[in-house]
Ligand binder design. Structure first.
Ligand code: UGY
Ligand code: MN
Length: 250
């Protein structure tokens, strides 16, 4: 707890650092027995082109559909749920994820007290006609060892969605051993929405430096200079969203 009237949360023109101390849950339209915390949305100075939110579901709670044309990625932070989609039932528990293309009917039904981290983005079709149809993707986000990031064995990336240009968003799991850093301060057109799942470190955003711990969320707008170093005694892992594969004029 902080002294009265203080928070670790900082909202800047092109980035935000969002700590759990300020979360305010509210009903999510279309969902039952669920409270949502909308962490990142276009309501932040009209810049983000995606949403990131936590859905806190009671046992028996059910999801509503995203708006028309909006795709959804869900990562199970804790709990248990069944996803009904395409006539299939997919069992999800902690560490599992599911991606559902826009306009594909589906329902998450919680079978325990459950927390989902969700990213949603209006789908943008590629300029050339799509070569492969978008498909439901699901699995264990932690499967395998990931790939060494730019040759660093201590920074490992698990890419959760297909990388072909039909898809216009990426979601990755990024694990850093203590003392490991991004090799340079990145500045790029792509946005990020990030949730630190475990560990701690320092995040540089624009000219600000934030101590970050598990449960914290970051929004990085386009061209926000960014850098991270993991500190402490245990590994740090974040899950993050990125918009990819589209012309900047679209
Ligand atoms: O994919 C990325 O741009 C990633 N390296 N950025 C980040 O971790 N802040
Ligand atoms: Mn980046």
């Amino acid at each position: 707890m902080h002294p009265l009237g203080q928070t670790r949360t900082v909202i800047q023109p092109n980035h935000a650092f969002i700590a759990p101390d300020g979360h305010v849950p509210a009903a999510l339209p279309g969902w039952t027995q669920t409270q949502g915390i909308i962490l990142i949305s276009p309501r932040m100075r009209n810049i983000p082109r995606f949403t990131q939110y936590i859905a806190q579901m009671e046992n028996g709670g059910t999801s509503g559909m995203p708006l028309a044309g909006v795709q959804r990625f869900a990562y199970m932070l804790e709990g248990r749920a069944e996803l009904q989609v395409d006539g299939e039932t997919i069992a999800l528990d902690s560490g599992k994820f599911a991606y559902i293309p826009a306009d594909v009917a589906h329902t998450f039904s919680a079978t325990a007290t459950t927390k989902l981290m969700i990213f949603e983005k209006p789908y943008t079709a590629p300029i050339a006609s799509a070569t492969t149809p978008l498909e439901v993707v699901h699995g264990d986000a932690w499967a395998g060892d990931g790939d060494a990031f730019l040759g660093d064995e201590n920074a490992r990336l698990r890419v959760l969605l297909p990388t072909d240009t039909t898809y216009d968003m990426a979601v990755n799991l990024f694990t850093f051993q203590p003392g490991t850093a991004l090799p340079f301060a990145e500045t790029h057109i792509m946005e990020h929405g990030l949730y630190l799942l475990e560990g701690q470190g320092i995040y540089r955003l624009d000219d600000n430096w934030y101590p970050i711990q598990a449960g914290d969320v970051i929004w990085m707008g386009p061209y926000c200079p960014q850098w991270f170093c993991a500190i402490g005694r245990t590994q740090s892992t974040y899950i993050y969203y990125k918009d990819v594969n589209r012309d900047p004029f679209v």
